[in-house]
Design a protein around this ligand. Structure first.
Ligand code: SF4
Length: 346
């Protein structure tokens, strides 16, 4: 075998086939070790020395490696991960006030969606991550922070543009014989690709859906999110309602609040109108500063007056506390230190 085979993200049958292993229980043993976060083949003490030597020569546990670990005093951890082709991505661990740990995982190196307020959006798309690379992000974070409770596909990239790899990574991470993460603990966040939402509703994985709405003002939304043109708000609303009805799950609507842009009374009223009839939870996220982008973080008062209008309309809404901003690990900030093909992550 010329190139060593990366094993994370593979099911036992695939490990068995790729390495021509027999008997087949060896592949299951390797799979269980990987799910438990083993770092080396030498840790696999229930596997014979000769098989471990064979594995050393022909396989690697993970194809990517952690090249930087940054820790924010608020408990947020950001990992910079270098992929086998030299591209870099970032993945973040968030801890809430109850101590629950959430992996915010990237699914692409860069992103093609070009949202005006997002660091990753300024880079363009490098490439899709493989299921193995996505699985590795989760395993690296567990290594750093202990057992994780949740995973959100909300890091770099648009998940609905890499759904096959996500489907596979979710299948591996939720496999009862492997890492056994509950599917109820998984959220996929999209910038609102209508076709992709229907595909998700059709083929799964039937995870929680979050939609980055940002604003329900159609003109402003097209200015801030170029994909809004091909995914107009009425169509988006229909797709969200379809997903919610099909899966029985409440959908999260997210809005990065940009001072003076989408925080006025008119914007709030439009959001109330958009959310009416949807079983939705609304997450308001004061914009996290990104160098060279022409936006401002709104003041506490600006956020609260927006929040109040939504609360008065009896919507379920939360104003999110900023986490990870000191290490560039907050929402919309990923990509500062990574490199994606020829372009530099801003
Ligand atoms: Fe891509 Fe998400 Fe950033 Fe939009 S917000 S550019 S979809 S990473």
């Amino acid at each position: 075998m010329e190139q060593k085979i990366p094993l994370s993200g593979l099911f036992p049958e695939e490990i068995e086939e790729k390495l021509s292993l027999s008997p087949s229980f060896r592949a299951r043993q390797i799979y269980e070790w990987i799910s438990k976060g083993a770092d080396s083949f030498s840790q696999m003490t229930n596997i014979s020395k000769s098989t471990r030597n064979f594995l050393e020569e022909n396989a690697v546990l993970r194809s990517s490696k952690v090249t930087q670990v940054l820790k924010d005093p608020d408990g947020t951890i950001k990992l910079q991960i270098t992929l086998s082709d030299g591209r870099a991505i970032e993945t973040v661990l968030l801890t809430d006030k109850e101590g629950r740990k959430t992996a915010c995982v990237s699914c692409q190196a860069g992103c093609a969606m070009g949202c005006a307020f997002c660091q990753t959006g300024q880079l363009g798309l490098g490439r899709n991550l493989t299921a193995g690379e996505i699985t590795e992000e989760f395993l690296f974070l567990e290594k750093e922070a202990g057992t994780l409770d949740n995973i959100v596909f909300m890091g770099m990239g648009e998940p609905l543009q890499n759904l096959d790899a996500i489907r596979k990574a979710v299948a591996v991470l939720t496999d009862k014989k492997g890492r056994s993460l509950s599917p109820r603990r998984i959220t996929l966040s999209t910038c609102g690709l209508v076709k992709g939402i229907y595909e998700l509703a059709e083929k799964g994985p039937f995870v929680r859906l979050a939609v980055s709405l940002t604003t329900a003002d159609p003109v402003l939304r097209e200015q801030l999110m170029p994909t809004a043109k091909a995914n107009p708000l009425p169509e988006l609303k229909k797709a969200i309602m379809h997903y919610s009805q099909k899966t029985g799950k409440r959908v999260t609507l997210e809005a990065a609040l940009l001072s003076g842009k989408n925080t006025g009374k008119e914007s709030a009223s439009r959001m109330v109108e958009f959310a009416s009839g949807i079983d939705a939870y609304i997450n308001l996220i004061p914009w996290n500063p990104v160098q060279n982008l022409p936006f401002k973080t709104p003041s506490r008062e600006e956020c609260e007056s927006f929040l109040k209008i939504l609360e008065n309309a009896k919507l379920k809404v939360n104003l999110r506390v900023r986490r990870g901003a000191k290490i560039g690990g907050a929402c919309g900030q990923l990509g500062r230190s990574a490199s994606c093909g020829s372009s530099e992550f801003a």
